[in-house]
Design a protein around this ligand. Structure first.
Ligand SMILES: NC(=O)c1ccc[n+]([C@@H]2O[C@H](COP(=O)([O-])OP(=O)(O)OC[C@H]3O[C@@H](n4cnc5c(N)ncnc54)[C@H](O)[C@@H]3O)[C@@H](O)[C@H]2O)c1
Ligand SMILES: O=C(O)[C@H](O)COP(=O)(O)O
Length: 405
């Protein structure tokens, strides 16, 4: 049996308590010390001490700024996310917000609520509607910052609605470049794109180079009264600059999914409670994808959708054994591993080694069974974070397979 510590309500939409079905051979646990994996949604794991038993963390969602990726990598813990699994949910909400708030439907609804008891509300409404004249989005310029899973869908939808859509994403993947409509104008410079935008919508991850990437400089390039939409993360904008731009009228409206005390003090702000991915479909997609990546890794040593190691997929093992090495990306690691195996007459049938910046993952299929002495010798190689005996399946035998290094 493998144990999974489920940290959040992962999928409220599909089960009553938010606990997804983990399938045969897996069981939820409250005891972190025995967990092979953690399944998490938005809770921060930055302060959590991870037990030696922990082999992976699966984030049921796109963003991963709640997980200490580098610390995990060095502790031999692979972190997965669920790329794209909630992107349609965010797209639908963002497009809806842009359209409805170009028409100030909120102000109109509030007027009706305020006059709900008036007998002549119908007549009054005909007069009042003059105060709620909006504008159409068609033909207006929108800048999309980050054209990955969410941003590309938002951009394509806004193109279909007749807007002039620009995208800024210097690191766009080949897949998302293919998915992006040819009618999206790709700008190489963020500030160039911001010039003359009536709308700016943010879809980048929170990381070092995106922290506060939208501030006074960018906001001042937008058309006066523009709308800023943030369904990415609050860290991406300079909130003091956003507040000032709202005060001056340079920004007409800030729509954000991230409530915090600073945002709540702003004028002309609409705040939703981090609900971009809150649809039954998105929760289910994310849970399935996160659980599938977690099980592929625990069962077969396959890495797919990791955010701290690179993909490594040799399919299920068809040899006598499979050993996974999580190690630093420094010279002579592979030769030390292969020499150690060769010196003990272990034949390597297949192997694959993939770097991920300062770390690397090496998967080796072998034709012999390993003895404890060999495993100990492999674990003693400097700069190895963890050696996993994937086949025979680790965590199941409690012997050679135990994950401690
Ligand atoms: N509000 C919500 O509920 C919700 C839901 C999903 C995602 N998100 C947030 O949105 C982010 C994006 O989600 P996604 O699924 O589209 O992720 P993604 O990885 O598919 O897309 C992110 C894109 O940003 C680009 N990018 C990275 N650094 C950049 C930079 N400095 N400048 C410009 N572009 C840059 C990448 O190349 C990539 O194409 C997530 O990381 C998460 O923080 C929020
Ligand atoms: O990064 C994400 O996927 C979104 O912000 C959604 O987060 P959630 O799973 O906590 O709703």
């Amino acid at each position: 049996m493998r144990y999974v510590k489920i940290v959040d309500n992962i999928a409220n939409g599909i089960t009553r308590d938010g606990t997804p079905d983990l399938g045969d051979g897996y069981q939820g646990t409250n005891n972190l010390e025995q967990a092979d994996a953690i399944l998490v949604r938005a809770s921060s794991l930055h302060e959590m001490e991870f037990p030696a038993s922990l082999r992976c963390i699966a984030r049921s969602g796109a963003g991963f700024n709640n997980i200490p990726l580098e610390r995990c990598a060095k502790e031999g813990i692979v972190v997965f996310n669920a790329p794209g699994a909630n992107s349609n949910a965010v797209k639908e909400l963002v497009v809806g917000q842009i359209m409805l708030n170009s028409r100030n439907t909120r102000g109109g609804e509030q007027w009706v609520l305020d006059h709900a008891q008036d007998a002549d509300v119908a007549k009054g409404a005909e007069k009042a509607k003059k105060a709620f004249v909006g504008h159409e989005a068609i033909g207006r310029k929108v800048g999309v910052v980050g054209t990955g899973a969410v941003g590309s869908k938002v951009a394509n939808a806004l193109v279909a609605l007749g807007m002039e859509v620009h995208g800024y994403d210097p690191y766009i993947s080949v897949q998302h470049a293919y998915e992006l409509s040819h009618r999206v104008i790709r700008d190489a410079d963020l500030n160039e794109m911001c010039k003359g935008c009536d709308y700016l919508t943010l879809h980048v991850p929170s990381k070092e180079d995106t922290l506060q990437m939208i501030g006074a400089e960018q906001l001042n390039l937008l058309n006066p009264g523009a709308m800023l939409i943030n369904y990415a993360r609050d860290t991406i904008v300079n909130e003091a600059d956003v507040a000032a731009a709202l005060e001056s009228g340079q920004l007409g409206l800030y729509i954000t999914d991230f409530a915090n005390p600073e945002v709540m003090k702003m004028k002309n702000v609409i705040v939703t409670p981090h609900m971009g991915a809150c649809t039954r479909e998105a929760e289910e997609n994310c849970a399935h994808m996160a659980i599938a990546s977690m099980k592929d890794y625990l069962n077969h040593g396959i890495i797919r959708n990791s955010v701290n190691y690179s993909d490594c997929d040799m399919g299920p093992c068809t040899c006598t054994g499979r050993v996974a090495f999580l190690h630093a990306n420094v010279p002579s690691m592979i030769s030390q591993i292969t020499n150690e195996l060769a010196s003990r007459n272990v034949n390597i049938a297949r192997m694959m080694s993939v770097p991920a910046n300062e770390h690397a993952y090496t998967l080796v299929d072998i034709d012999n069974e390993l003895d404890q002495e060999t495993v100990d010798a492999l674990r003693a190689i400097p700069n190895i974070y963890r050696v996993r005996i994937v086949v025979p399946a680790d965590g199941l035998d409690g012997g050679l397979g135990t994950a401690t290094n």
